[in-house]
Design a protein around this ligand. Structure first.
Ligand code: G6P
Length: 614
């Protein structure tokens, strides 16, 4: 994780860096720092904690300079304190560097440098890289760009980095491997560098996404130069950003998470807009159209993902298998990549990732590709690494998700998976035309129904108040509501720090039932459908142990209402689409409970939104 930002041009760098770091804070908030080049000096200011701490620290300092780099950290090597904060600078104080990623062989490089007489201040891998670049420059006399290039030949690991040098104040050097880096081409010949486009969008829409093992040399007023780590010059591919500034602001909500929960009617609609037509009975995902035959005829589909995206994949498994009768396996990317999995050319591997940058998911895809599988992506962030390495894919079009706990990205992923399953089912003829058309119109009606659930916010807030002091919680669901239970539990633990577990309702009696007492809230998805009666029996079992039942039910349900302590109704829909509605009250419950407990909803402790380390 970590967020990096850089500026070089004729503007004051400091405010640009601070604003950029705030936009990137979702990537980590253990510490923040900046380095500014001014009057032949590099001033470095860094502080443990959030960007706001850094701002306080720097108020009475010299923050002048038209060249600067900044960093917001999610700690990997070394405790989250001031010393380990980035930027790091060389012993000579000639070079300052910011880095997102991990230098895996930092220890051996560090030993070599210690043997040469260097002494380190921090415990980080990044400081080692900084010293290495400085050492190469001192010993070879080459310029800063070449020193970075030579240093990177010694590095095993992942990096997105930006380097500034006192000896070459008119240049910033940036490089990437496995961690993202975007170069913004300013209107006045100035340059912006960042982990994603959010710090750049208000200054320019022209960007270049660096590829792996590419180095960018930026000099104000001059053309952007890009070289491979092998020193071969490349032609920059300039793209136009589609991001809008308003999407990065809270728009009157107290938290990004709440805004994003409320955006779901729109984000789901944006996701299927232009991809389905109920009147003519048609569904199509342009991005994967030419791979439809391949997917329909694949031996199996493997979905790889992490966190919330993994839960979306589980919903996808139900949809693909039930609607299109295609064999699906869902894998944690981190497990899949190290398990020596059996993959053939007839497999299709679909990565699901909001950020498109998750290191494990990316590595799992690369492994599958190396074995000849077709690799596809479902990503939210346009231009992200996963979207660029895959053979094809579909964007979720949910818009920027800033809250660390994922909400609208999840429902958008489930929407894309539903569209895919429907397209494949239609192609394979596994659904009757009537059922196919019913599902299309039910899907089209989902945004309105999501809005109806959101309108229950006050009631949900009241229920949240009853359980805000719980220490444990259980979430139960069956069929495609089991992943919803997992997602509900994940949301609660992520942002309120209450221990929560999601379980298939019938599995409760194989363990978790032992935990149930009168203090234990049990959230149950008990909507009408195949397993309804079975779930009612599970509710009885909880009731018999005096557990508190909060049930998500279909509008008009009376049976569960008699048993449960609280019910939250969701509008009736086809059983296949229940996850899109049942998730919403669970998001709101977690949100309100976290707010009532005084937790930092948008930036929960120890988490980061984009996990670019394994
Ligand atoms: C982190 C985030 C989660 C996210 C997971 C996978 O853990 O905090 O919200 O679900 O990464 O991220 P991705 O971007 O691949 O969906």
């Amino acid at each position: 994780m970590c967020g990096i930002v850089g500026y070089i041009g004729d503007k004051d760098a400091y405010p640009i860096l601070i604003k950029g770091l705030k936009r990137l804070e979702y990537r980590g908030y253990d510490s923040a720092g900046v380095a500014l080049l001014s009057n032949n000096r590099i001033n470095v200011y860094k502080k443990q904690g959030k960007v706001a701490n850094l701002e306080d620290h720097a108020t009475d300092k010299d923050t002048s300079g038209n060249v600067g780099i900044g960093h917001t950290r999610w700690a990997t090597h070394g405790a989250p304190n001031d010393v380990n904060a980035h930027p790091h600078y060389s012993e000579s104080e000639n070079i300052a560097l910011i880095h997102n990623g991990i230098i895996e062989n930092y220890d051996s490089i560090k030993q070599e440098l210690i043997n040469k007489g260097y002494s380190f201040k921090s415990d980080t891998d990044t400081e080692v890289l900084c010293f290495l670049i400085d050492d190469i420059q001192k010993n070879t006399g080459v310029n800063i760009g070449e020193s970075v290039r030579l240093a990177l030949h010694h590095v095993v690991g992942a990096y997105a980095l930006v380097v500034m040098s006192k000896d070459d104040p008119g240049t910033l050097i940036a490089a990437r491997k496995s961690s993202p880096l975007v170069v913004g081409l300013g209107k006045d010949g100035d340059y912006y560098l960042a982990s994603d486009a959010t710090p750049i969008v208000e200054y320019t829409k022209k960007v270049v996404y660096l590829d792996d093992e590419e180095i960018a040399v930026v000099r104000p007023g001059e053309e952007l130069k890009i070289y491979g780590i092998d020193d071969i010059e490349k032609t920059p591919y300039i793209q136009e950003l589609e991001l809008h500034l308003e999407e990065l602001e809270k728009g009157g909500y107290d938290h990004f998470m709440l805004k994003e929960i409320h955006e779901q009617p729109r984000s789901i609609r944006d996701c299927f807009r232009g991809r389905l037509n109920t009147d003519s009975g048609w569904v199509s995902l342009g991005g994967i159209k030419e791979y439809e035959n391949k997917i329909a005829n694949a031996d199996r589909i493997i979905m790889v993902a992490c966190g919330t995206s993994w839960h979306a994949a589980l919903v996808g498994e139900y949809l693909f298998e039930d609607l299109a009768r295609i064999n699906v396996e869902v894998e944690y990317a981190s497990e899949f990549r190290y398990r020596n999995p059996i993959i053939t050319e007839n497999d299709v591997v679909i990565a699901i990732s909001q950020s498109g940058e998750t290191a494990d998911t990316l590595a799992a895809l690369e492994l599958a590709k190396s074995k000849g599988a077709t690799i596809l992506g479902i990503c939210n962030v346009v231009g992200s690494s996963i979207s660029r390495v895959t053979d094809a894919g579909s964007y979720t079009h949910a818009g920027p998700e800033i809250g660390v706990a994922s909400t609208k990205a999840f429902t958008a992923q489930v929407t894309v998976l539903t569209l895919m399953a429907l397209a494949l089912a239609h192609k394979k003829g596994t659904l009757s035309e009537t059922k196919f058309r019913t599902l299309l119109s039910e899907l089209e009606a989902i945004p309105e129904k999501v809005q109806k659930v959101l309108d229950e916010n006050d009631k949900i807030e009241f229920i949240s108040g009853q359980y805000k002091d719980a220490t444990n919680a259980l979430y139960l669901g069956r069929g495609n509501s089991f992943p919803v239970a997992l997602e509900g539990a994940l949301k609660l633990k992520e942002i309120s720090y209450i221990h929560a577990e999601g379980y298939p309702a019938a599995e409760m009696k194989h363990g978790p039932i032992a935990l149930i007492d009168e203090e234990m809230p049990v959230f149950v998805i008990a909507t009408k459908g195949t397993s309804y009666e079975k779930v009612v029996s599970n509710i009885q079992e909880v009731k018999a142990r005096k557990g508190k039942i909060i049930a998500i039910v279909t509008e008009g349900d009376t049976q569960v209402a008699e048993l449960a302590d609280h019910v939250i109704e969701i509008p009736e829909t086809d059983e296949h689409l229940v996850p899109l509605l049942a998730t919403i009250p669970l998001q709101l419950l977690s949100y309100h409970i976290a707010v009532m407990r005084g937790c930092n909803v948008d930036q929960p402790r120890n988490l980061a939104k984009s996990v670019t380390v394994e």
